[in-house]
Design a binder for this molecule. Sequence first.
Ligand code: PCA
Length: 326
Amino acid sequence: MTISLFRSLPGALAAAALALPAAAANWDMPTPYGDSVFHTQNIQQFAEDVAAATDGGLEITVHSAGSLYAHPEIKDSVRRGLAPIGEVLMSRLANEDPIFAVDSIPFLASSYDEGRALWEASRPLVEEKLAAQGLTLLFAVPWPGQSIYTQDPIDSTEDLEGASFRAYNAATERLAQLMGAVPTQIETGDIPTAFATGRVAAMITSPSTGVSSQAWDFTSHYTDTQAWLPKNMVIVNTGMFESLPEAQQEAILSAAGEAETRGWDMSAKETAEKMATLEENGMTISDPSETLSGQLAEIGETMTQEWLEEAGDEGQQVIEAYQSSM
Ligand code: PCA
């Protein structure tokens, strides 16, 4: 009697353990941008959706504004599994492979329709390059169009000659050089100080970043070039993703699909809304002059050629797929 009870005990314990819910996992998620930025808000919603779909089995804690890892460290922290999941500006990985910078070439794809078509044409290759590093792409969302912020009105690139120009990736550095300006890499959180201390005098970024950095405090002119739509992407460590129960993996993929659709909609809506905020705060909004438009179009051509040279056959195929889809 006693013996048989003992014998069945391990089995009974195992059965009890199976009946208990699995211990909840908590994933830290480093992101580069602040809480007021729509990308961060979209990711918060994504995290809430994952928590809801897994009944709290997988909690994702978003660490915004580079508070867990600074922007330049986020990708490697996810690759090494220090953080299971994170967000980065895709074009910040241009030094690893030119495909990551395809969305930062002026006027190659500057509307949301073009941006979407370019993303469809380039996504398989982006996924493949990430997969080779043990990373899985979950979703990508564009910033609104990139426009120029200056203290004085600008009529041509000559007005920017010699100016210290804030850059956020290799493409904005190259653009600055081609305009005759002098690029300096600055994270979004440091923009106000960089202008206040005279480290930079001009920048090109979205109305969203213009508003989140309160550009009216240090510039007065917004020239509406909307030259390209650079994307943020959310990546996950593939090994850590695959170690999750199947149902949680599915919850993540489904929430990611929704986050991508929602994010693109939020981005498109932001453009006019945030331009209005810039104006309400006293900034002068104007269209680029014909001279400036022509000069920037030419720079766009140059940068497309340079990109194609660097990206070779793969790049050629992406551009052809993109152009034939338009
Ligand atoms: N904001 C980010 C990237 C592009 C954008 O619109 C920045 O300025 O760094």
